[in-house]
Design a protein around this ligand. Structure first.
Ligand code: BG6
Length: 493
């Protein structure tokens, strides 16, 4: 029997405004956290994924960033200039056969400072054109409302998500966009990788660490996270009210940890670490904080301010689906001393001797995706959506102009086969898959262009040199065949 994915399976790709758009000050856009994120040419591999350190921005650094219009050291200011290329890029997605395109709206393009009363019409128009372009070709837009770009004024003036006012500011933004795009957009995601506030508090939470007492900072992060949980629940409430046919999901980083050995202490450590991963989706799916998280606050002496109304809003507005990013897995041990470590998705993990790694040290593990899917489905019984997956690699343009990225094809193929098994052998309800960065874009962690995920090559280097021209890689034609055959081509070799 021919192996194919479920009818109407949503194949596509995912991007984030701050990593592609550029046009950082154009048409009334305000400056955001991403625009002051400095590119660092990190040679020390152990620091490759220490995103917290790499993105820890101080007031002085912001002042320095604001004193220059330089874009080469602040690459998210130019992105891949999608702002001016979006039609051409969507046309390439159409050629690949995309059924869905996940992208984010930059809050600062709609509300330049975050606290503005009225929206910026030019920003609303831009995303309307993008949405209409997708709809013209029957591509379902899936929109992320917040993906690493809190407006800078919101950060400087209010301390970002630490301030309770953030909930109202964000609700105002959500109300504006849903009223504008209702009937056109069916799928929404509130916060990209909401858990990442713990790993990069500036980019996700708009928190300037040096403004707080060091011993208080963890509590500050959890307070900001609480505001995001409430804002996310309110967003679901608003979206459902304005457009009852829409579906709203959470989005979490699916960090999967294995115990380094079968020693019960390692297994216990793994369970402990997995709870740290699950506490975010547990809260958003069940609409209430898991007991183990509240106990953790208590044991640490944290006082997180939450009102009765907050908790009621969270309870009344659980997510409709669970979306997640999946790139790699790593190990944990009760005593990690002497064990080899490796970079993982915005963390450092213990190396798994059974896995190979990407050029950035992320361990490649398609079976881990199947494990992740089963774990999430068994835990939540909600439809799942893979919002990000892909391989960051250095591509070589051959003399004849070809880019033969067989390593990427192999990575994607193995992961897609694991998805197939999860659906048909494990009974998981998976309704879509968006490959990360179907067109090369700036990496989040290091703002590097040389870490490419795309099936479409963009002629641009780490310092912003290049023509911005787009080229089809070998994986472009391969993914086109996968989508056109609804996955059947994965099994034809
Ligand atoms: C996810 C983020 O964590 O990982 C994306 O949602 C990011 O924004 C992706 O780009 C890959 O990470 P990186 O650092 O390689 O870009």
């Amino acid at each position: 029997m021919k192996k194919i994915f479920p009818k109407d399976f949503l194949w596509g790709g995912a991007t984030a405004a701050n990593q592609i758009e550029g046009a950082w000050k154009k048409d009334g856009k305000g400056i955001s956290a991403a625009d002051v994120h400095l590119f660092r040419d990190i040679k020390d591999k152990t620091k490759l994924n220490n995103v917290h350190e790499n993105s820890d921005v101080t007031d002085d650094m912001i002042m320095k960033a604001l004193s220059t219009d330089d874009t080469s050291y602040y690459p998210k200011r130019h992105g891949i200039d999608y702002y001016h290329h979006y039609k051409e890029d969507i046309a390439l997605f159409v050629e690949m056969g995309f059924k869905v395109y996940r992208f984010s709206i930059a809050w600062s393009r709609i509300f330049p400072n975050g606290d503005d009363v009225l929206p910026n019409e030019a920003g609303l128009e831009f995303y309307e054109k993008v949405i209409d372009e997708c709809l013209k070709y029957n591509i379902e837009p899936l929109i992320t409302l917040s993906h690493y770009e809190p407006p800078l004024t919101f950060i400087q003036k209010y301390n970002g998500w630490y301030n309770r006012k953030s909930i109202d500011f964000f609700s105002n933004y959500v109300t504006t966009v849903i009223n504008r795009y209702k009937g056109k957009v069916k799928y929404w995601v509130t916060f990209n990788e909401i858990d990442s506030i713990i790993r990069h508090p500036f980019m996700t939470g708009g928190l300037i660490e040096s403004r707080f007492a060091p011993e208080k900072f963890e509590e500050v992060m959890y307070q900001a996270m609480h505001h995001q949980f409430v804002a996310s629940a309110k967003a679901i409430e608003i979206i459902h009210k304005v457009d009852p046919s829409s579906q709203v999901g959470c989005m979490v980083t699916k960090l999967t940890y294995y115990p380094f050995s079968p020693r019960p202490e390692d297994v216990l450590e793994q369970q402990r670490r997995m709870r740290k991963v699950y506490c975010f989706s547990d809260t958003q799916v069940f609409g209430e904080y898991p007991k183990y998280l509240l106990l953790d606050y208590k044991n640490k002496g944290f006082y997180i301010k939450m009102t009765e109304d907050d908790l009621a809003t969270m309870k009344a507005n659980p997510v409709d689906f669970v979306s997640f990013s999946y790139y790699q897995t790593s190990c944990v041990a009760a005593n990690p001393d002497g064990l080899e470590t490796t970079a993982a998705n915005t963390t450092i993990g213990i190396k798994n001797p059974y896995l190979s790694s990407s050029q950035w040290g992320w361990q490649i593990d398609p079976t881990g995706l199947r494990i992740a899917l089963v774990d999430l489905y068994d835990r939540y019984r909600k439809p799942l959506f893979i919002a990000e997956n892909g391989l960051g690699a250095r591509d070589v343009v051959e003399k004849n102009g070809e880019i033969n990225d067989d390593y990427r094809i192999d990575y994607l193929k193995q992961h897609m086969k694991a998805m197939y098994q999860a659906i048909y052998e494990d009974g998981v309800d998976l309704f879509g898959y968006t490959a990360w960065g179907p067109i090369d874009l700036l990496s989040n962690s290091l703002s590097q262009m040389s870490k490419r995920y795309g099936m479409i090559y963009v002629d641009l280097d780490d310092y912003g040199n290049g023509t911005y021209k787009r080229y089809r890689k070998k994986s472009f034609y391969w993914y086109r065949d996968v989508i056109h055959s609804n996955g059947a081509s994965l099994f034809e070799d």
